[in-house]
Design a binder for this molecule. Structure first.
Ligand SMILES: Cc1cc2nc3c(=O)[nH]c(=O)nc-3n(C[C@H](O)[C@H](O)[C@H](O)COP(=O)(O)OP(=O)(O)OC[C@H]3O[C@@H](n4cnc5c(N)ncnc54)[C@H](O)[C@@H]3O)c2cc1C
Length: 331
């Protein structure tokens, strides 16, 4: 079992900056991210949105910001391991912790910094007949590679930004796109709606609900839809169905760690220490008791900076609380 000084949980903006800061303070750390990619909410929920409120970055997409944060995070060679879901944190009598990854005890550590944000994001399901049966066989919840839809007849469910973004992304490849929306309200950004409406082969079907997904041994072949205004029903032949009706966050439970929480937040002090010695928490998952929470990228970064310096002091009491300015470095 690998022994380290610090385990950082999560590679969202807070965990990425914490990873960089642990390099600044020469802490022997490993960062564990449950998903196969970095960026947390930035990549999972709003990759194409523009962000304006990060210091020194007047305007950038969340995706680009995540890339830059990752580049900075690995600059000082601190490892980040993906597909590493921390399933439990088990305290030992000697003030160390076992870290269970994907159900297996994988690390022994002196400290833990929890940057798990709002937890995992799992796509909302439609909950209709055929959805589970044809999962992975023509049903998609995100678009990772638009060219995958080349020459395909595609239906997209949803009226928000993701649904319209996906329609625009696959439009150069798909032969036919139907965008299905159930209550007549399009919530996507106005420009996205105008863009999609200008494409002749994207048809928006309002007030339309999927009743059933049909298919054969090779995957889905059609959807059975219902117009909740006209009450008409029809079968629409398709090759792929993209379900873009949002994500829900799964809270994290480290069952062996009796953390004090306030509602959904891990309660921390102003040094980002949790109720358990050696365990710290920052970013969207943590809150200083009785203070309002500013769930923002730059705030999580500042919290990570403070936490890492406190962790250094905890690990090496003889060291200074503040390390040095990064402008002293020659990287
Ligand atoms: C639509 C939208 C727009 C936003 N716009 C802005 C904006 O313009 N400006 C701004 O400052 N903020 C914005 N925010 C808020 C900002 O994205 C969050 O404050 C920020 O992402 C929080 O960072 P975090 O690292 O604490 O958590 P997250 O981004 O939630 O990252 C947590 C990471 O931890 C991982 N994780 C969770 N549990 C585990 C586990 N058990 N094991 C391993 N890994 C785990 C997750 O997979 C995830 O990658 C926006 C948020 C949303 C939803």
């Amino acid at each position: 079992m690998e022994e380290v000084e610090l385990i950082i949980i999560g590679a969202g903006p807070a965990g990425l900056f914490a990873t960089f800061c642990s390099g600044l303070r020469n802490i022997n750390s490993v960062t564990l991210e449950g998903l196969g990619k970095y960026g947390g909410q930035m990549q999972e929920l709003y990759p194409e949105k523009l962000v304006y409120d990060v210091q020194g970055v007047p305007k950038t997409t969340a995706n680009e910001l995540a890339k830059n944060m990752y580049e900075q995070a690995i600059m000082l060679k601190k490892p980040i391991k993906f597909n590493s879901n921390v399933t439990d944190i088990i305290p030992n009598n000697d003030k160390t912790f076992y870290i269970e990854v994907n159900g297996v005890k994988a690390y022994k550590t002196k400290t833990v910094l929890i940057c798990s944000g709002v937890g995992y994001f799992v796509p909302n399901k439609l909950g209709v007949a055929g959805e589970d049966k044809y999962a992975g066989r023509g049903i998609f919840y995100t678009v990772k590679s638009p060219s995958e839809f080349k020459k395909k007849r595609v239906a997209i469910v949803g009226g928000g930004d993701s649904a319209f973004d996906y329609a625009a992304q696959i439009e150069p490849f798909a032969t036919d796109i139907k965008l299905l929306q159930h209550n007549g309200v399009l919530r996507a950004a106005e420009n996205s709606i105008l863009n999609v409406k200008s494409k002749a082969w994207i048809k928006i079907l309002l007030n339309t609900e999927i009743k059933r997904i049909d298919g054969d041994d090779n995957g889905i072949t059609s959807i059975h839809v219902f117009n909740n205004v006209s009450k008409e029903e029809e079968d629409i032949p398709i090759d792929a169905l993209i379900i873009a009706i949002g994500h829900k966050a799964m809270p994290n439970l480290f069952k062996s760690l009796p953390l004090v929480t306030d509602n959904r937040y891990i309660r921390v002090d102003t040094g980002y220490r949790s109720s358990i010695e050696g365990v710290y928490a920052v970013g969207d998952v943590a809150n200083v008791s009785n203070e309002p929470k500013f769930a923002l990228i730059s705030v999580g970064g500042a919290e990570a900076y403070i936490a890492i310096n406190n962790i250094k002091k905890y690990l090496s009491p003889q060291s200074s609380l503040f390390g040095e300015h990064s402008s002293n470095l020659n990287l």
